[in-house]
Design a protein around this ligand. Structure first.
Ligand code: ADP
Ligand code: MG
Length: 296
C-alpha cells in the first residue's frame, strides 16, 4: 500500500515509528507536512498539492494532527476523504475529540462513567457551581489546557472560589470536576486500535503531585486492566468515532471514570513502558480495512 503520515515533523518519535513499521511490512510510506499542503476543493476532481506535486494514489492516511493545528489539519484530512482515501481516524471525529466539553457530553450520552463535572464561562453563581460537583476538594480545568497545565486542585471551598474567580477574570472556559482522591495521583492510558485495547499503562504523578502527566514528572508502568476498564476504553473510543484513540481514565470508588479521549495519542511512552509494538498494530489495522474496502 501507499500510506501517507500527516505530521508536521518527520523526526517525532511517533512519526518515525509509524514509518518504520509500515516499511517493515512492505508498504510505501511518506511523511506529509499537512500545513504545507494546499487543496483544490472543486467537486469533480478534488486534489491535494504538496511541494508543487499532486498527492495521488494513496491507499490510506494516518493523521497526526497537532492540538494547535486542528482547523487546517482536519481540512486536509477531509480532502483526502473526499478523494476516497481511507483515513485511520476520520476528520469529524478528530475535530470532536479536540473539544474536551463536547467529548464529555458525547461520553455522558453513551452512559460511560465520568467524574461528576460542571462547565461554566462567567457564572455569577460560583457557590452553585461548586456544589454541582459536591463541594471541595475539587479539580478546576481550563478547557484549552494540555499536559497538565491549567489543571488545579482546590482543597478548600475558599481556594476553589478564588481560582474560579481568577479564571473568570481571564474570560476562560472552565470545567469543574469532582476530585477522585482514591486514584492517588495515578491514571490509566489505554491505547485503542480498531475497537481493541492493544496496550495500557498506569501513570503515577511525582511525589505530592495529583497530576500524573509524564510531562509533569510522572512515571509509568505496564498495567493489567480489569474487564470493565477494557470495555470502558473501547466504548469511549467507539462513542467518539475514533479507530485510534488514547483513552485516559481514573480508578474511582464507583468504577473507571474517563477523563479524556485523545485522537493523536503519542507512541513513545506507551511503547517504552509496555514493550508493545503499537505502530505495527496501527499498520495492520490499515491493511485489514483497505483490503476490506477493495473487496466490497
Ligand atoms: P490534560 O489534558 O492537561 O492532561 P487532564 O484532564 O488529563 O488534563 O488532567 C491532568 C491530570 O490530572 C490527569 O492525568 C490526572 O492524573 C489528574 N486529574 C485530572 N482530573 C482529575 C480528577 N477529577 N480527579 C483526580 N485527578 C485528576
Ligand atoms: Mg491528560
Amino acid at each position: 500500500m501507499k500510506i501517507a503520515i500527516l505530521s508536521q515533523d518527520s523526526s517525532l518519535y511517533s512519526t518515525k515509528r509509524l514509518r518504520e513499521a509500515g516499511e517493515t511490512r512492505g508498504h510505501q510510506m511518506r511523511v506529509i507536512n499537512y500545513l504545507r499542503c494546499y487543496m483544490n476543493i472543486t467537486s469533480h476532481q478534488p486534489t491535494v498539492v504538496y511541494n508543487g506535486n499532486l498527492l495521488e494514489n494513496f491507499d490510506a492516511i494516518i493523521p497526526r494532527i497537532g492540538a494547535s493545528r486542528t482547523f487546517y489539519g482536519t481540512a486536509v484530512v477531509r480532502q483526502f476523504e473526499v478523494m476516497g482515501v481511507f483515513s485511520a481516524n476520520e476528520s469529524h471525529a478528530i475535530s470532536r475529540s479536540r473539544d474536551k466539553l463536547h467529548c464529555l457530553q458525547i461520553l455522558a450520552r453513551e452512559g460511560i462513567g465520568l467524574p461528576v463535572t460542571g462547565f461554566a464561562h462567567a457564572t455569577e453563581d460560583i457557590h452553585g457551581l461548586i456544589e454541582t460537583v459536591g463541594g471541595a476538594p475539587l479539580v478546576i480545568k481550563l478547557l484549552e489546557g494540555t499536559q497538565g497545565i491549567g489543571v488545579v486542585l482546590a482543597e478548600t471551598y475558599q481556594a476553589a472560589k478564588s481560582v474560579i474567580e481568577a479564571f473568570r477574570g481571564l474570560n476562560a472556559n472552565i470545567l469543574v470536576q469532582e476530585f477522585i482522591k482514591e486514584a492517588k495521583g495515578a491514571d490509566i492510558r489505554c491505547f485503542v486500535v480498531n475497537n481493541k485495547v492493544v496496550a495500557s499503562m498506569k501513570r503515577q504523578g511525582a511525589e505530592g503531585e495529583f497530576r500524573s502527566n509524564l510531562h509533569r514528572g510522572g512515571k509509568a508502568e505496564k498495567i493489567k486492566l480489569t474487564p470493565e476498564e477494557r470495555s470502558t476504553a473501547v466504548r469511549a473510543a467507539k462513542a467518539m468515532g475514533l479507530k485510534i484513540a488514547g483513552v485516559d481514565m481514573l480508578r474511582s470508588n464507583h468504577g473507571p471514570v474517563v477523563m479524556e479521549v485523545n485522537s493523536s495519542p503519542g507512541l513513545e511512552g506507551i511503547e517504552k513502558y509496555t514493550e508493545v509494538d503499537v505502530a505495527s498494530k496501527i499498520i495492520e489495522f490499515l491493511e485489514k480495512n483497505v483490503k476490506e474496502i477493495a473487496t466490497d
